[in-house]
Design a protein around this ligand. Structure first.
Ligand SMILES: C[S@@+](CC[C@H](N)C(=O)[O-])C[C@H]1O[C@@H](n2cnc3c(N)ncnc32)[C@H](O)[C@@H]1O
Length: 237
């Protein structure tokens, strides 16, 4: 299975991210896009289950399955939801959803996870999400994006990503917490090298969804817009 540095994240992730109103706004915007009658929900890159909790609250009658390649994340989520029979968690990646049958879910949702994908896996991942959704089913991707793409070392991309990420670090220091700023700064070399943290433009994801056969592909900015947090949603015909 895909290796991810998130298996060894050495912080209280929920506490640190909870200080960040921009992240809460992003996840809330994603949950607001869920059809209220959705029953079977797939949470891709479920991590510690922060988004899972919000989905369970918004759709109390739903059954949600979280997948994540990091065993420590799966364990943390299982512990958090030990008393909730409506949520279960398993190892897995978006690139290979073969553990799920075609047409299994009303909704596939994901937050802050798909920017870990290698660029050449977007088409495969979009096709897998389409396959496991029911006709009319909805995909909702809340994530962070960038403005300029290119080879990791290209000055144009490197300068733009550096500007974006340092602006984000400043924003977190002023409006979230010291720890949230430190998380951003600690991850900076990975973002610059495109080592497990690979920003794309929102259009790059939207194009992959359209190529896979999704319709109504829509990009929604969430505040503050300059941080480049976006929700991208689309429907299976
Ligand atoms: C920053 S955490 C976000 C977790 C949660 N969705 C949230 O918003 O709090 C990103 C998660 O994506 C997972 N991940 C990394 N690569 C993935 C992949 N290829 N498919 C699915 N999840 C992946 C990581 O293991 C990690 O738990």
């Amino acid at each position: 299975m895909t290796q991810t540095h998130w298996n060894d994240v050495g912080i209280d992730y929920d506490k640190v991210l909870g200080t960040d109103a921009s992240n809460v706004a992003l996840l809330s915007a994603a949950v607001d896009l869920l059809p209220r009658d959705a029953k079977d929900v797939l949470d891709i890159g479920s991590g510690t289950g922060r988004l899972t909790s919000m989905v369970r609250e918004a759709l109390p009658g739903s059954e949600i399955v979280g997948i994540d390649p990091a065993p420590n994340m799966v364990q943390a989520a299982e512990e958090k939801f030990a008393d909730d029979s409506g949520a279960s968690f398993t190892g897995g990646t978006v690139e290979d959803l073969s553990q799920f049958a075609d047409n299994s879910f009303d909704v596939a949702i994901t937050s802050f996870a798909l920017h870990h994908l290698e660029l050449d896996t977007y088409d495969k991942s979009a096709a897998e999400i389409l396959r496991v959704l029911r006709p009319g089913g909805r995909f909702v991707n809340a994530d962070q994006f960038c403005r300029v793409m290119g080879p990791a070392g290209s000055p144009e991309r490197a300068l733009d990503v550096l500007d974006l990420l340092t602006a984000k670090a400043r924003h977190y220091l002023l409006h979230a917490s010291f720890e949230r700023m430190l998380l951003q700064v600690d991850l900076l070399p990975r973002f610059m090298r495109e080592d497990g943290e690979i920003l794309t433009t929102p259009e790059y994801w939207a194009d992959a969804l359209s190529r896979a056969g999704f319709r109504s592909v829509t990009i929604v900015p969430t505040p503050p817009e300059e941080l480049m947090n976006r929700v991208i949603w689309a429907e299976k015909p």
